[in-house]
Ligand binder design. Structure first.
Ligand code: ADP
Ligand code: MG
Length: 575
C-alpha cells in the first residue's frame, strides 16, 4: 500500500493547487446562504432595491468564481489521476518483464493483465474521486457546521446529534462491502482467463465442438461476477435512503425548533433558511462521501493486487559481481544438476552432468516429459537449478548478468513464437541492426528463403499477431533464422525441426553445420535421423541421464536409446 501511495509524490504540487481551488470553491459557495439571508432579512424587510441588486450581484459573482474553481480543480484532478496510473502501469510492466517462469507461473498471465489494466484503472477512478470528494466534502461539512453554529447554536446542536447515526450507517455498510470488493477483482481475473483461453484455443474449441462447453464456462464466470456485483450494489443502495431519512428527520427538527424561535422573535427567517442550506450542504457532502465508502474497498483491494506485483522480487536476479569467462567461447557444462519445478514434488532433472564443447553438436533425445526442454532452459537461466551448477564458458550462469548470458545464446524454443510485424522485423529480433544481406543469409540457412521469396512482398510480408498467417513449419524456420542472424556462441534448438519434412530437415542441418563450425550446438530432437551424426548424444529418461555417447556406442550399450532407434529406423538406415 505504502508503495502505491509513493507514486503520488510527484503530484503533490497538483494536490496543493487542487486544495487551494477547492478551498476557493467551498468558501464562495458557503458565503451564498449568508448573503441570501441578508437579502431576506434586510433587503426585502426594508424594501431597499439597490441593496438587493448589489448583494444579488455579489452572489452571482461568487457563483462564477466557484464554477471556474471547480473546472480548474477537475483539470488538476485528472492530471493527477491519469499521470499516477501511467506511472504505476509503467512500473508494473517493467517489473513483469523481469519475472522468470516462477513468478509468471505464480500470478498467471490473465491475472497479470487484469492487474495491469483493470486494477490500475480502479485506482485512477478512485483518485479522481479523491480530489473531487474526499478533499472537498470535509471542507464543506466543517465550514457548514461552523457557520450553522454562528447562526444559531440550538439548531446546530440538533443537527450535530445526527452525526453518530450517519457514521453508524456508513460503518455497517462498508463492513459488508469490503470483502465483496475483493471478490469482484478475483472474478474479473477468472473471466479474463476464460476469454484468453477461448481466444488462443479457438481452433481447438471448434475442432472438438466445445463451443457449448466454453460458453457455459463463460456464462458461469460471468454470472458469478454479476451476482457479487448485484450483492454489492444491493448493500450499497441501503446507504443513500438511510442517510436521506436521517437527514430529513434532522431538517424537520430544525424547522420545528426554528419556527417556534421565529414565533418568539428570537430568530430571523433568513437565518433559518441559511441554516437549512448549510444542512443541505452537509447532506450532499455526506452522500458523496458515502460513495467513497463504496469505492474505497475496491480501490484498496486493487492497490493490494498491484502492490503484490511490485513487491515481488524475481528469484532470478543478476549477480552483484560478474565473473570473467575462463573457458573457451561457447563451452556449456552441467555439473551434477538437479531441478525441481516449484509446484511439483518430483525432480524434473536428477544429477545431470555433461559438457558441450564449441564446434561440436550435442543432441538430446528422450521420450516426451523426460525433461529435455527443462534441461536446456537452464542454460539461458529461465529457471535456476535446485542443485549443482550450470556453467557457460567456465562461469556459473548465476555469475553473469542475464543480458550478457543471453547475448551468448541463440535459443529456438519448442513452440516457435512470432510477433506481429513483418518477416524482417521478426528475424531482426536476433540482431537489431542486421543488414539485408545478413537477413537473406540467415533465411537461407534456416531454409526459409524459398517460402519468403514466394511471398509477394518478400521480407516485408506482414506477420499477424502470434504468427497465425504462416504455417507451423514456416514459423519454426523463421524462429530458427532469428537465432542464426544473432550468430551466437551457443545455439539451442528445442525440437525445432519437428515440423519440417525430412528433406528440409536434412538441408537445414547441412547448412547449419557450415554456419556453426565454431559454435556450440545443442539440439533436442525426436527423430533419430536428426541427431545420428551428432558428436555427443545425451539420452534422457524420466529426468535421468541414462546414456551419453555417439550413435553407435549408445546403440550397443544403452537400452533406452536402442528402443527409440528401433522404433524409428529401418535396418539399412541403422547401419
Ligand atoms: P520434454 O521437453 O522432454 O518433453 P519437459 O522438460 O517439458 O519434457 O518436462 C519434464 C517434466 O517437467 C514433465 O513431467 C512436465 O510435466 C514437467 N514440467 C514441465 N514444465 C513444467 C512447469 N512449468 N511446471 C511444472 N512442471 C513442469
Ligand atoms: Mg519439450
Amino acid at each position: 500500500m505504502k508503495r502505491i501511495i509513493g507514486y503520488l509524490k510527484p503530484y503533490i504540487p497538483y494536490f496543493i493547487l487542487a486544495f487551494i481551488l477547492i478551498a476557493i470553491r467551498v468558501s464562495s459557495e458557503l458565503s451564498l446562504p449568508n448573503l441570501m439571508s441578508e437579502i431576506v432579512d434586510q433587503g426585502i424587510a426594508s424594501g431597499d432595491m439597490a441593496y438587493i441588486w448589489r448583494t444579488g450581484g455579489m452572489m452571482l459573482a461568487l457563483a462564477f468564481i466557484s464554477t471556474a474553481a471547480i473546472v480548474l480543480m477537475d483539470y488538476f484532478g485528472a492530471k493527477i489521476a491519469t499521470g499516477f496510473s501511467r506511472d504505476v502501469r509503467k512500473s508494473v510492466f517493467h517489473k513483469v518483464q523481469s519475472f522468470s517462469g516462477v513468478e509468471l507461473g505464480k500470478f498467471g498471465a490473465s491475472s497479470l493483465i487484469t492487474r495491469t489494466i483493470n486494477d490500475i484503472t480502479q485506482l485512477q477512478n478512485f483518485l479522481i474521486m479523491f480530489t473531487r470528494i474526499i478533499i472537498m466534502c470535509p471542507m464543506y461539512m466543517l465550514g457548514s457546521i461552523f457557520l450553522a453554529f454562528s447562526k444559531d447554536v440550538t439548531m446546530a446542536v440538533i443537527f450535530l446529534s445526527l452525526v453518530p447515526f450517519l457514521l453508524a450507517i456508513i460503518i455497517l455498510v462498508s463492513r459488508k462491502t469490503i470483502p465483496l470488493s475483493v471478490t469482484i477483482q478475483k472474478r474479473v481475473d477468472k473471466i479474463n482467463l476464460i476469454i484468453r483461453e477461448k481466444l488462443s484455443g479457438n481452433r481447438v474449441i471448434r475442432a472438438f465442438h466445445k463451443e457449448r462447453y466454453e460458453e457455459k464456462r463463460f456464462d458461469e464466470a460471468n454470472l458469478d461476477l454479476t451476482n457479487v456485483m448485484i450483492k454489492l450494489q444491493k448493500i450499497s443502495s441501503i446507504l443513500m435512503p438511510a442517510m436521506v431519512i436521517v437527514l430529513n428527520a434532522g431538517t424537520i427538527a430544525v424547522v420545528w425548533v426554528g419556527a417556534s424561535k421565529i414565533g418568539q422573535g428570537a430568530l430571523e427567517v433568513g437565518d433559518m433558511m441559511a441554516v437549512i442550506q448549510y444542512i443541505m450542504h452537509i447532506m450532499m457532502s455526506l452522500m458523496m462521501l458515502s460513495m467513497v465508502f463504496i469505492m474505497y474497498p475496491r480501490a484498496a483491494a486493487s492497490a493490494e493486487r498491484v502492490a503484490e506485483i511490485l513487491n515481488t522480487t524475481p528469484v532470478i536476479v543478476d549477480a552483484e559481481e560478474q565473473k570473467e569467462p575462463t573457458a573457451s567461447r561457447g563451452r556449456v557444462e552441467f555439473r551434477n544438476v538437479s531441478f525441481r519445478y516449484e509446484d511439483s514434488d518430483e525432480a524434473a532433472l536428477e544429477n545431470i552432468s555433461f559438457v558441450a564443447e564449441p564446434g561440436e553438436t550435442t543432441a538430446i533425445i528422450g521420450s516426451t516429459g523426460s525433461g529435455k526442454s527443462t534441461l536446456i532452459q537452464l542454460i539461458p537461466r529461465m529457471f535456476d537449478v535446485s542443485e549443482g551448477q550450470v556453467l557457460v564458458d567456465g562461469v556459473d550462469v548465476k555469475d553473469y548478468t542475464q543480458k550478457d548470458l543471453r547475448a551468448k545464446i541463440g535459443f529456438v524454443p519448442q513452440k516457435a513464437v512470432l510477433f506481429s510485424g513483418t518477416v524482417a522485423s521478426n528475424i531482426r529480433w536476433g540482431k537489431e541492426d542486421a543488414t539485408e544481406e545478413e537477413l537473406v543469409r540467415a533465411a537461407e540457412v534456416a531454409q526459409a528463403m524459398d517460402f519468403i521469396s514466394k511471398k509477394e512482398k518478400g521480407f516485408s510480408e506482414r506477420i499477424a499477431q502470434g504468427g497465425t498467417n504462416v504455417s507451423g513449419g514456416q514459423k519454426q524456420r523463421l524462429a530458427i533464422a532469428r537465432a542464426i542472424v544473432k550468430q551466437p556462441e551457443i545455439y539451442i534448438f528445442d525440437d525445432s525441426f519437428s515440423a519440417l519434412d525430412f528433406k528440409t530437415d536434412a538441408n537445414l542441418r547441412k547448412a547449419l553445420a557450415e554456419q556453426t563450425k565454431e559454435s556450440t550446438v545443442i539440439i533436442v530432437a525426436q527423430r533419430v535421423s536428426t541427431i545420428m551424426n551428432a558428436d555427443r548424444i545425451l539420452v534422457l529418461d524420466e529426468g535421468k541421464l541414462v546414456g551419453c555417447g555417439k550413435h553407435r556406442e549408445l546403440f550397443d550399450s544403452c537400452e533406452v536409446y536402442r528402443e527409440i532407434v528401433l522404433s524409428q529406423l529401418t535396418k539399412e538406415e541403422m547401419a
